[in-house]
Design a protein. Sequence first.
Length: 277
Amino acid sequence: MRTLYLSLCCTAMLATVPAFGLETLPQLQLANSYQQQDAVADFWISEKLDGVRAFWDGHQLRSRSGQWIKLPEPLRKQLPAFALDAELWAGRGQFQQVMQALQHSSTDVHWQTIRLMVFDAPEHPGTFTERLQFLQQELPDSTFLQLIPQQQLQSKAELEQLLKQVVSEGGEGLMLHHAKALYQSGRVGHLQKLKLVEDAEARVVAHLPGKGQFSGMLGALLVELPDGRRFKLGSGFSLDERQNPPPIGRLVTFQYRGLTHKGTPRFAVFVRERPEP
């Protein structure tokens, strides 16, 4: 097992200021689900972090949706002059802490536990291995910017063992970057995600009324996937969430296990409302 520790120091912080101009979307590389037929040894493997995707273009930090993220000035000054693909992260199970920090962009205290976890250099022309080496050499030394540890395994058995370990410790899953792949925008096969349970996002299009014990409250959300497929999402809500459901038009995250014969998520469970910066 070979481990490459990328010690990145990137400090980008999401702002809640609504006056961000919606520029063109960052041309980010997006992952597909893990392909069983691919050789594990061809990939660098890291933990999949449950944070907020962030793109630093050398001057400004932006979210995946293209909105500017305003950072506290001491953090912004720590970022390098070259582009970074990263994740704002506060630790396992601390997604809401990241969102709270993004709502208090001018208050440094809310950012004390937030890190910008770097996993790629989008504008570097080399392979993923070469990009990792570049980041190791060129990233500034900072506690806020950290390089996500990457390792290489030799078998699917080792991969499954690592996945179980990460999940048992509260992690979300694994990411696999093909060692020889160039950075390419859009959804690609050389970047893959592996989880015990899949998750996705959908937009709320209607509130369906509850029955029985949930009478007078939310019974289910009618949600729409990016490709236009709609389905009912009725499990996983707390009593408070049923009384105050996510607004129509808002994105929600859900977990599921495979697809039905109709192509809709099987055993879908609500996880949380996904705030849009």
